[in-house]
Structure formats: structure tokens, C-alpha cells
Design a protein around this ligand. Sequence first.
Ligand SMILES: Cc1cc2nc3c(=O)[nH]c(=O)nc-3n(C[C@H](O)[C@H](O)[C@H](O)COP(=O)(O)OP(=O)(O)OC[C@H]3O[C@@H](n4cnc5c(N)ncnc54)[C@H](O)[C@@H]3O)c2cc1C
Length: 390
Amino acid sequence: MASADAVVIGGGIAGTAVALELARRDVSVLLCEQGRTPGEGATTWSGGLLRAHHTAHCVTALAARSLPVFQHWGDAVGGECGYHRTGFVMIVARRLLGHLRHNAAAVEAAGVATEMVSTASMAQRYPALSFAGQQDADLVAAYEPDGGYVDPAACARSLLAAAVARGVRLSEGVAVTGIVIERDRVAGVQTTLGRICTPTVVLAAGAWSARLLGSAGLQLPVEPRRIGIARAPVDAGSGPLPAGIDDTLGTYFKAAGRQPGGGVYFGVTADPQVTLDALPAPITQDEVQAAAKRISIRIPAVRAAAVCGARAGFDGYTPDRQPIIGAADVPGLYISTGFSGGGVKIAPAVASLLAAEIAGEEPDPLLAPYRPQRFVTGNLIESEYRYVHS
Ligand SMILES: Cc1cc2nc3c(=O)[nH]c(=O)nc-3n(C[C@H](O)[C@H](O)[C@H](O)COP(=O)(O)OP(=O)(O)OC[C@H]3O[C@@H](n4cnc5c(N)ncnc54)[C@H](O)[C@@H]3O)c2cc1C
């Protein structure tokens, strides 16, 4: 029977990152991925937008702590993460200016550069963006020059390579079918290739997490959703694009590729009607049309373009749309899941803080809001200064 100090379930960005961080702390790790890393979940399909700007400031703190890892990936991890510093813009209705200022101040306090900008200056810097008919009287924006995006699949692959170089054993194509609990604590996992003995399990199984825990009679409020993005070509002459969220339209976007003309990726509304026993259904024409209609208000070139690609992946969503990170009530069981459509930009900080805790270090206050117990105590994470859609 195989054994390890810790078994990590899931080879997406959360699982590979925590496996590496545990190995750095001399914990012997076995990572089980039912598919092939970067896995069958969100990480493979993700848009990978990077931003520190959030309405819940506990997320701002984790994103700010993660940004330097993405910026210096070669030294911090090795290999490539595909960081593209395009800048990030958060656009909200003018009546929310006070909230935008508070949230931008939290970004600044966390050590990430940001500035309040006019829509006119954004249109000048990024001619592909249009604010026609909605000028400064209606909209306000905050800009992060270091924002942009990464390639999440490349992140997971290089995290895994670094982890394996440090002795992490990889079981690809191996599904965990159950968590073995004996004498009220974790004793191992059951897999499609037999049992593995371990005193520590890290559940990083994304959208599949609740179903797996349910098999051990444990509950986790994580429901699967299918998230999509679509890609449209944009004329190279319209210049570079930033990454961005437009709260007034309820959508987000980023450049597709490093060259102007590579096009734009834009968000498709998340779908809660999913079955985990099959691959995510492809994005439909109706979904794309609705998404393209929204984004073309801000990026008019999309209106005339034929959408030429789409991606869909499953992610786990929690009731407060924030991840669940930390020790469960069963000793030996740790959770890192429920990233609710935003797990990439905070993955390095989450993994390092959680691994430190598992290795016996004092729990870091940055993870305190994310504990699984908050759903029992009712202490859900709330945004300090909300917008309409986030
Ligand atoms: C289209 C799209 C756009 C997105 N855009 C962004 C963005 O711009 N910025 C951002 O930060 N985030 C974004 N996200 C969300 C982000 O990608 C996810 O939050 C993050 O990748 C979750 O990582 P994870 O490792 O928790 O889960 P996953 O990547 O889903 O990994 C979980 C892994 O566990 C494996 N697994 C499940 N059950 C088992 C089992 N029983 N045994 C073994 N293995 C198992 C699965 O195969 C899977 O590979 C986006 C997601 C999608 C789909």
C-alpha cells in the first residue's frame, strides 16, 4: 500500500501550488489527478486575469501577495506562467465612486500600484475601448498598471514540474474515490488504483470537491458551475487592450495574445446547471451572442467580428463567492477549493499560507476569513464596498 505524509487531491493550480509548497517544507507528498495536469477543471480553461482590485479586501491582500510570484515566476517557481502586463481597469457607475476609491485605497495599502483614471484617458490609452454616450458623468475607473493576465495551464504545469523536482509523486489518471476516516481522523484515501495511507489530505478538487467529501459523509457548500469565455478578433489597428471588468455591463475582458490583433476574450455568464459526469458542454451560439452584445458596448469591434472560439470549464462556487481554505473539523483534512471563478490570481499566496499551516507553523491571519467553519457560524465573507455585480 502506498503512503505519504500528505495526499493532495487535484492537479489544477490550487493542488499543484500547495504540493510544491508542502515539498518545500520537507513534507512527502503524493498528488492524485483524475485527468492529466493541468487537469479537467477550471485551470485548463481559465482566463487568468490578474488584479488586486476586489470589493472584499481579504482577497485584495491575497492577490497582492501573489502578484510578485507571477511577476518573477522564473525565480519563484521556474518555467513560464505567461504573465502579460497589459494593465487592468475596473469600470463602475459614477454613483459608486466612493466604493471605487475605498477599494483602490485597499489595493494601494496592500502594496500594488493603482490610480483613479478618467474614461477619456482610458479611451486615449486603449483606443479599442469605447465610452461613447457614457462619459465621465456616468462612469469612473481605477487602473492597475501591473494587472493583466497569466496562462493558468502553464502555471500549473510549471508548479507541477517544480514540485516533482522536489520529490512530489504524481499519480495522473488516478481518481480519489473516497477519503478514509478512522478513529475520527484522516487515515488515507481510496483511489481507482487502491488505497493510499496518509495522515493528511488536502482537498483541491475544484468543482468536484463537495461530491467527493459527500462520499465520506461530510458536507461542503461548494456547487459546480460552468464558466465560459469567448474570443473575437479585433483589428490590430485598434491597438493594445487592457484586462478589465466592467461592472456596469456585468462582464470582463482581456487581450487574446500578446500582439494587437490577437483579439479579445470576454466573459460568458456562468451556468449553474451542470453535470459533473461529463465534460462541460460547449458554449452555445445563444450564450456567445448575449455575451458579445454586452461587451460590444465597451469594445465595439466585437460587434462586427465573427466570434471565433470559446472555452468552458467547471469551477466550484461557495455561497459567499469566496474560497474555502484551511483545516476541516476532521483532523488531518485540509480544504483549498471553492474559488468561485477567481482562484488563479490568489493561488501562490493561498498555497504558501496553507502549506505553512499544514507543516505546523502558526496560522496566518490572512487566511482567517476563509475557514470552512464560517458556513456553520454564519460568519460569511462580505465585501466592504460592493459594486453591482461584485
Ligand atoms: C472560463 C474561465 C475563466 C476564468 N477566469 C479567471 C480569471 O480571469 N482569473 C482568475 O483568477 N480565475 C479565473 N477563473 C477561475 C479559476 O480558473 C479557478 O478558480 C481555478 O483555476 C481553480 O483552480 P483549482 O485547482 O481549485 O480547480 P481545478 O482547476 O478545477 O482543479 C481541480 C482538479 O481536481 C481534479 N479532480 C477532481 N476530483 C478528483 C478526484 N476525485 N480525484 C482526483 N482528481 C480530481 C480535476 O480533474 C481537476 O483537474 C476562470 C475559470 C474559467 C473556467
